[in-house]
Write a protein that binds this ligand. Structure first.
Ligand code: GCU
Length: 413
């Protein structure tokens, strides 16, 4: 157990199960309810009309960049590539749909869906990007491989992974048996995960050679934009209830699911799995990965204005609890892993605590306990959920068990 002293907004860390070295970095979190002009937000109307837009503007201009809407791809269209009712021995219908962003289909992603066959009416769903290709999420031999042309656009040296190399992260049968559909696409399909000056991926189609500035959208916002386009498609998919879609992501894709949940309020529930620095973890803790390190190692993930905060986290006019607050009043789940100190499990927990006052405005309880829960002691309070899985940076069945339990409260009829 970890004990914290909370004095006003100052948090001082003491005993520590997740770290060897002490984290003696007292910090003061910005109050999500304090407007830039100093006024305090008193009710949800003020939050929705004034404070939330102000914070979104900050996150867009200083961190993720300004994402476009759906209108920049007027030729977006869908092609069913494959569909069969026999997935997993008849448990589910598998559907693979090409979501093309241009007429010529030079820019597209392939959405893999599994939909439980045992259903009465449209079902809720989990939607999340994957790292290594749809075929790497399962043993199912009918899942299409990326074409050689598509593969050639991914990061240099990117190899076709064997099937199922990431299957442990996608507990399809478990999810389906609990009444949920699941949909995924390879994140490289939207924007390859390497820095090429934004000449490839969806940036090429949408921005062309337009000059970039400090607020131009970058790769995480491109992935989040891709999630929204998948949700556009799911709105046309009769077997899935698009009003009950949980967006989920692991690690860099957990940062992405949080940003997708912030920018697209159609997502009914948001899950961050081990999202760490620039995801759920409080930046001011400077524990594990820091803003400086992430901007240096992954310069394409954020807008360039963000680099100004490297080593100056205490000067950030926001912190990551306010990214969580953007999801309010929708249910949000933050998960960590006990060995994942790079992602700062304690800082991930405290972003929930820091966002609770915003959930309160909407009449919902949130997580406010300043003692970090023990490993594998999941906590749900109001519309917030949290756990720390024992083990490494990853997604495991244990995580899915908690996500389903949490989602059942909100997405089941
Ligand atoms: C690196 C990076 C993290 C990121 C992770 C991942 O470790 O530093 O910020 O979350 O990769 O995406 O797996």
């Amino acid at each position: 157990m970890r004990h914290l002293l909370l004095t006003a907004a100052t948090i001082i860390m003491t005993a520590m199960p997740y770290s060897v070295e002490a984290q003696n970095n007292p910090y003061e979190l910005p109050d999500p309810l304090r407007m830039e002009d100093g006024r305090i937000v008193r009710n949800k109307r003020q939050w929705i009309n004034e404070r939330r837009p102000e914070l979104m503007e900050m996150l867009r201009s200083q961190m993720f960049g300004r994402e476009p809407g759906a209108d920049v791809v007027p030729d977006m269209h869908y092609t069913v590539l494959e569909e069969s009712k026999d997935a997993f021995g008849g448990l589910a219908t598998r559907k693979q749909v090409k979501i093309s962003f241009d007429k010529e289909e030079n820019y597209y992603l392939v959405l893999l869906m599994y939909i439980p066959n045992d259903r009465k009416g449209p079902v809720p769903a989990f939607l999340g990007p994957n790292f290594k290709g749809n075929h790497a999420t399962t043993t199912d031999p009918a899942v299409l491989l990326p074409t050689p042309e598509k593969l050639a656009t991914y990061a240099p040296g990117y190899k076709l992974e064997d099937r199922n190399t990431n299957g442990h992260r996608w507990e399809y049968e478990y999810i389906l048996k609990h009444g949920y559909a699941v949909a995924t696409f390879c994140y490289n399909d939207v924007d390859p995960d390497f820095h090429d000056g934004f000449h490839n991926g969806i940036h090429r189609l949408i921005d062309g050679d337009k000059p970039r500035d400090g607020e131009s959208w970058a790769t995480i916002s491109a992935w989040a934009w891709g999630l929204s386009r998948c949700l556009d498609f799911l709105e046309t998919e009769k077997a899935i209830d698009a009003k009950r879609v949980a967006v989920i992501g692991h690690s860099r894709l957990g940062k992405t699911s949080l940003w997708a949940g912030a920018t697209d309020q159609r997502f009914a529930l948001v899950i961050s799995n081990d999202s760490g620095c620039s995801g759920a973890a409080i930046a001011r803790r400077k524990y594990g990965e820091t803003v400086e390190v992430i901007c240096r190692n992954f310069p394409h993930w954020f807008c360039t204005n963000y680099t100004a905060y490297g080593g100056r986290e205490e000067k950030m006019p926001w912190d990551q609890h306010e990214l969580i607050a953007m999801i309010a009043p929708r249910p949000v789940y933050v998960a960590s892993a006990s060995e994942d100190s790079w992602a700062d499990p304690v800082g991930e927990y405290f972003s929930l605590v820091g966002a609770a006052s915003v959930y309160r405005l909407f009449g919902y309880d949130g997580i406010t306990d300043t003692t970090v829960p023990d490993v594998e002691h999941p906590v749900t309070v109001g519309r917030m959920g949290h756990h720390i899985r024992r083990g490494e940076h990853n997604v495991r069945l244990y995580d899915w068990e908690q996500y389903i339990r949490f989602a059942d409260r909100f997405l089941k009829r």
